[in-house]
Design a protein around this ligand. Structure first.
Ligand code: AMP
Length: 177
């Protein structure tokens, strides 16, 4: 029997600010069967890709990316907010609605030509995933696919990633912002 994962994702209005419908995956990962089903579905999607590493975006991306990598028996690469990684890093700046942000990755963790799957909990505008994509590509690695548990299709993040030539796959769609 397949599980309807959308049922396990709680919506909290006006968090972290007015007008945002926050899609809360803590209720999904609190349920063992739903969490396992999520990782199983992501792993099934990866089977034919032959990736050698999963990269995921801090912090909720880690909740899915790390168990996915372990399930596949491949390595895990954390993409982090500034100043969190102890070794030498490469960085990518990106624009937010108000202001700038940055993602960082250890410089020596991915080899040129490696096949990578990029994971985050949710894609909205796609800005965060695009920055992570640029960061990984700057090493000479190939991002085969971007995987998300939740997609907000109205914000058209998928189109931004696909226009970079990278396929997008998500498990649950929510209308609206
Ligand atoms: P974006 O860069 O616009 O695609 O935003 C994606 C990032 O922001 C992801 O790491 C999400 O965790 C977070 N995010 C954006 N919108 C929401 C939302 N409505 N509910 C939960 N998380 C969100």
């Amino acid at each position: 029997m397949t599980i309807d994962l959308a049922r396990f994702i709680r919506t909290i209005p006006d968090y972290p600010k007015t007008g945002i419908l926050f899609r809360d995956i803590t209720t999904l990962i609190a349920d063992g069967a739903a969490f396992r089903e999520t990782i199983d579905r992501l792993a099934a999607r990866c089977e034919s890709l032959g990736a050698s590493k999963v990269a995921a975006i801090e912090s909720r991306g880690f909740l899915f990316g790390a168990p996915l990598a372990a399930a596949l028996g491949i390595g895990f690469v954390p993409i982090r907010k500034p100043g969190k990684l102890p070794g030498k890093v490469i960085a990518q700046d990106y624009s937010l609605e108000y202001g700038q942000d940055r993602v960082e990755m250890h410089v020596d963790v991915i080899a040129p030509g490696e096949k990578i799957v990029l994971v985050d909990d949710l894609i909205a505008t796609g800005g965060t995933a695009l920055a992570a994509l640029a960061l990984i590509r700057s090493t000479g690695a190939v991002v085969q696919e971007c995987l998300f548990v939740v997609e907000l299709p109205d914000l058209e993040g998928r189109q931004r990633i696909e226009s970079e030539g990278v396929p997008v796959h998500s498990l649950v769609l929510f209308e609206g912002h």
